[in-house]
Design a protein around this ligand. Sequence first.
Ligand SMILES: [Zn+2]
Length: 238
Amino acid sequence: MIDQKIQDLFDNAKKIVFLTGAGVSTASGIPDYRSKNGLYTNDKSDKPAEYYLSADCLRDEPKVFYQYEKSNMYYPDAKPNVIHEKQAAFTQKRDAVVVTQNIDSLYRKAGTKHLVEFHGNLYNVYCQKCRKKVDYREYLKSMYHRNCGGILRPDIVLYGEGLNPSAISQSIKAVSEADLIVIVGTSMRVYPFAGLIDYRTNHATVLAVNEEQLSFSFPFTMIKENAVDFFDDLKVNA
Ligand SMILES: [Zn+2]
């Protein structure tokens, strides 16, 4: 059961922002590639997994990059879970924004109305040569653009690449306007995403929902609970 004081915070908030990461999607069967059981540490090759998600790899070994993405990153059949669904409902019924590090498209599938995909979206694929958008299903069949022979790529932020300026400005706006900031499925340790919290105002309340205790350099309320259970119980009151 959710503490009434916590439910009240959601009910009374004027603007809510959810800052989220891989932990939100693990309940949908998508591995957290930075966690113990994630891709990074299961990688048995001689290069760190970050390499396979880098601009260098895409440029120097596009076939290797493609194989890695295709075999490890795509879960087209994954479905949103209650965390995505409740947050999506907040964006539909209330003044709320989701800013996520996830590239798995599950917030879109859940119908999130106000969404910032900070690191892009795997299912937006385009051709590096002619710049046309291509259906991701075509990409999963071939790394080459059927029309022009160019090499396709997902529209995600690779290591060594800059963020989308529009994603940065939308995220900063959402955080700076929020009076309730809810951190879910992320330990907020990876920059630049982690730096978003610095744009909060001093009247904003910060909640973190996580099974294990998190520690931050700013004041916050820790809800030490599985996020699936928490969002299952949380009511989205209009
Ligand atoms: Zn092309």
